[in-house]
Ligand binder design. Structure first.
Ligand code: GN1
Ligand code: MG
Length: 362
């Protein structure tokens, strides 16, 4: 994006000459840290991706609701939104881009990939505590930001549609991944079953993008301050957040790695995530959710593999890519990790899908 437009957007949220720094590695939005000359309170400025987020005003609505609900709880404080000069919570530029800003938390930092199991534990505890502190909020008050975002049945349908419509060359490159994903359709059936069982699998406020880089860490104590990237906070099911953490933190490499032989599950990280999350979410987690916690990583790896291969088959219309086959590679990475997790659960927990898969009471 051109510097001139970022500076212009910045001028709507602060006074003085802005200094702009790119923040984060998100696949969807553009994010900047803006410091204003003579002011020690920088902001985080973002241009919302309107293709993904059709109604960005809803993001503001949810943020404010979460901000107010969480404000009274000990421990977690999220940074406030910064109003634009005209008093609105956003500014729309001449090209119809939607800009919004929030306070930058001084002396904070983020880390993109966990090197120590303790980092995974801190992250999981923080995301669990986030959902726990929002358990008083009626989840139905939150706007549905992206309809069907973690709806596994929908993601599977989108995948089959993409297979039907894909250019032959892309289809040929994807045959192994497609076959392996189709063999795991039982995960979709599990999802459909728990969706019908709200007393045991509650509709909760989920973050829906739980990774280490979405936790602000304190520069002095190295403890978690709060989750960030709250744009996909909306009603959801238990597996989304814990599953995304397993997906993004329990592996030996990240989702962009093509070191296929190196992909594996780190036991100490996996356990740290489960322990941290259970500690954070506390007694609000139901017995059934706890009993099926090991399904979470499987569901989310499967969903992300579906989403990456779907995008590859659709000619890369959704995720930012740096090279032509990146989405194909990301899908393969997630599939291998899924296979590794399946083996890991059998070996470490004597886990059997068939034994544990009866979510609906007989
Ligand atoms: C996207 O842009 P980022 O990295 O925050 C995506 C997540 C995926 C993730 C995979 C709105 O998140 O669902 O898990 O990429 N967000 C959206 O890296 O689609
Ligand atoms: Mg995100």
């Amino acid at each position: 994006m051109e510097l001139a437009i970022i500076e212009r957007a910045a001028s709507h949220f602060g006074q003085g000459k802005p200094a702009i720094e790119v923040l984060g590695e998100g696949l969807i939005h553009r994010t900047y840290k803006v410091s204003f000359a003579g002011n020690d309170q920088p902001i985080v400025l973002q241009s919302i991706n309107r293709t993904t987020f059709k109604q960005p005003e809803n993001i503001i609505h949810n943020y404010q609701l979460v901000y107010q609900s969480i404000a009274s709880k000990n421990g977690i404080h999220i940074p406030p939104l910064v109003p634009a000069k005209d008093g609105q919570w956003f500014w729309i530029d001449p090209d119809n881009r939607f800009w919004r800003a929030m306070r930058f938390v001084n002396n904070s930092y983020t880390v993109s990939f966990p090197r120590k199991a303790q980092e995974a534990q801190i992250t999981a505890r923080c995301f669990g505590a986030f959902t726990k502190s929002l358990s008083v909020l009626d989840a139905t008050q939150l706007a549905i930001i992206i309809p069907g975002f973690h709806d596994l049945s929908l993601r599977y349908k989108q995948f089959e549609l993409a297979v039907m419509q894909a250019p032959t060359e892309r289809l040929l490159k994807s045959t192994h991944i497609i076959a392996e994903l189709r063999q795991r359709k039982k995960l979709v059936d599990f999802y459909a079953a728990i969706l019908m069982d709200p007393s045991r699998f509650r509709i909760r406020v989920m973050h829906h993008d739980c990774k280490l880089s979405n936790i602000l860490l304190d520069g002095a104590t190295h403890q978690a301050i709060c989750p960030v990237d709250l744009d996909t906070v909306m009603p959801g099911l238990y597996f989304s957040d814990v599953g995304d953490m397993i997906r993004s933190m329990a592996g030996t490499v990240d989702e962009n790695s093509t070191l296929w032989e190196s992909i594996g599950v780190r036991k100490d990280f996996y356990e740290a995530i489960i322990d941290g999350y259970l500690e954070g979410i506390g007694e609000t987690f139901t017995g059934s959710e706890k009993e099926h916690i090991h399904h979470a990583g499987l569901l989310m790896l499967f969903m992300q593999a579906l989403r990456f291969i779907t995008d590859f088959l659709n000619n890369d219309v959704y995720y930012k890519i740096d090279h032509p086959e990146q989405n194909l590679n990301r899908a393969l990475n997630q599939l291998i990790m899924l296979e590794k997790l399946e083996d890991f659960l059998v070996n470490e927990y004597n886990y059997s899908w068939e034994r544990s898969v009866h979510p609906v009471a007989p």
